[in-house]
Structure formats: structure tokens, C-alpha cells
Ligand binder design. Sequence first.
Ligand code: ZN
Length: 130
Amino acid sequence: MECITVHTRERNQMIDITREVQEAVAATGRTDGLVTVFCPHTTAAITVNENTDPSVCRDILHKLATLIPRRETFYRHGEGNSDSHLKSSLMGVSKQFVLDASTLQLGTWQAIYFCEFDGPRARTVWVSVS
Ligand code: ZN
């Protein structure tokens, strides 16, 4: 298993980690298999989306903020970051990809994003090939 460190700068942010994942996969020495990208955090997530127009990530983050407000009268979690936990569960902490002939199979417009929902922080992403 390979480990990637991601330094986030905002409380809510999507960071393209496609190149880092490709480098981590290469470091395993594997050429084919199933790649799992897993985020071991309860207030972050992994997703796949468009890599060309940055407005897509902005729109996703804005919609998440309207769906899941930072403050709700019913939140009970003592850390005050219930919205971060909810966004993490909604988006999911892992994604899988096909590795074929040393190439991570992604669509032309797809990128792998680390989603920060309680930054800024130093975060970890695990990459394994099976
Ligand atoms: Zn918390």
C-alpha cells in the first residue's frame, strides 16, 4: 500500500489528486489490477468528476453547503463539525479504478478528487492495488 499526503487550504475544498494516485500506483510496481483509493478520515471524501472547468467543483461545494448547512439546531456532535461528517458520508471515503497495462482507466474528462470538509489540514490517502 502507498500513502499520499494532501495539504488542504480551505475548510471545504476539492483537490485533484489524479497525478499523485498515478505515481502511487506506479510505485507499487503493479501493471494490472483493481486500484482502491481510500481516505481514512471522517470529515473528508474521495470522488471523481470533471477536470476541465473548475466551476464544476465550485458548484458541487456550493450545493453541498446548501444541502448540509454548517449550523442546525438539531446537531448534537460536540466538535461542532456535524456538517463535515455528513458531507463525508454523503460523498464516500473510497473509490475503485481499473489498472490496465500500467494505466489508470479514467474517462477523458475525469479526475480523482480529494474532498476536504473540515480543513485546512494535512490529510492522508491510501492507495492499494489488488
Ligand atoms: Zn467531529
